[in-house]
Write a protein that binds this ligand. Structure first.
Ligand SMILES: Cc1cc2nc3c(=O)[nH]c(=O)nc-3n(C[C@H](O)[C@H](O)[C@H](O)COP(=O)(O)O)c2cc1C
Length: 220
């Protein structure tokens, strides 16, 4: 597989088969992904992996937490307040396309909420990870996290696995932080579900659109 193929094959998978992801493979992918570039070579990514027993325990913890009520206050804004164009429409479209594949109508808020909560089961994935960053780091280092995460996702594709990056965990950072024993000097950025895609799940047929080249690039 070449890089273009891996980039094209990577999608956000939101329904997984239960087949486990070998711990050694996860370690290998993370080690390789650490070749991702970062400004000043700070390598600001801090990763916690859940699989096997730890994932089973975490699932229990999360189930209990969800039964107790609403989310935690966010520690960082996932989107700008009052998302403006063209971003608002892009976000809206991908959401509508996903709910349409799932057969969930706009009015069915309960079904949409249940779907959102699938995030907190890692969409059924057998493995997952969390990425934290030192609170003193700024926008530039958060961008470095993105480079690392995409490298991780492409390497999983190369190894025959799928992923979904999940900012949704920011709404439950207290539970995550307590469970993983996060250093209070660090902040949770996101999680990532890891496993094999369920080929029969309609939600995995989603191919999120992209803006055409002219909309985001200029050649001078
Ligand atoms: C940092 C990051 C966080 C994300 N968080 C979530 C999430 O919490 N839940 C979810 O279903 N998708 C999440 N996504 C997936 C995006 O919705 C997805 O990347 C986008 O719609 C493009 O689709 P694609 O990844 O299939 O190409 C996240 C993606 C990124 C990069």
């Amino acid at each position: 597989m070449n890089v273009s193929e891996a980039v094209a094959r990577r999608i956000s998978v939101r329904a997984f088969l239960p087949d486990p992801v070998p711990r050694a493979l996860i370690a290998e992918v993370l080690e390789k992904a650490a070749r991702a570039p970062s400004g000043g070579n700070l390598q600001p990514w801090l990763v916690t992996v859940l699989e096997g027993q730890s994932m089973a325990r975490f699932r229990e913890t999360m189930r209990a937490r969800l039964a107790q009520g609403g989310p935690d206050p966010l520690e960082y804004p996932i989107y700008p307040e009052k998302l403006h164009e063209p971003y608002r429409t892009r976000r809206h479209r991908v959401g509508e396309q996903m709910y349409s594949l799932l057969g969930i109508p706009r009015e069915d808020r309960a079904a949409r909420l249940r779907r959102l909560e699938a995030n907190y089961d890692f969409f059924g994935a057998p493995a997952g990870l969390f990425v934290h960053v030192d609170r003193r780091m700024g926008a530039a280092q958060w961008a470095d996290l993105g480079m690392f995460l995409q490298t991780v996702m492409l390497l999983f594709v190369e190894a025959g696995y799928d992923t979904c990056a999940q900012e949704a965990w920011a709404w439950h950072h207290r539970t995550v932080d307590a469970f993983v024993g996060a250093d209070p000097a660090t902040m949770l950025f996101c999680g990532m579900a890891i496993g094999k895609r369920d080929p029969d799940a309609p939600v995995n047929r989603l191919r999120a659109e992209r803006a055409p080249l002219e909309e985001f690039a200029r050649f001078l």
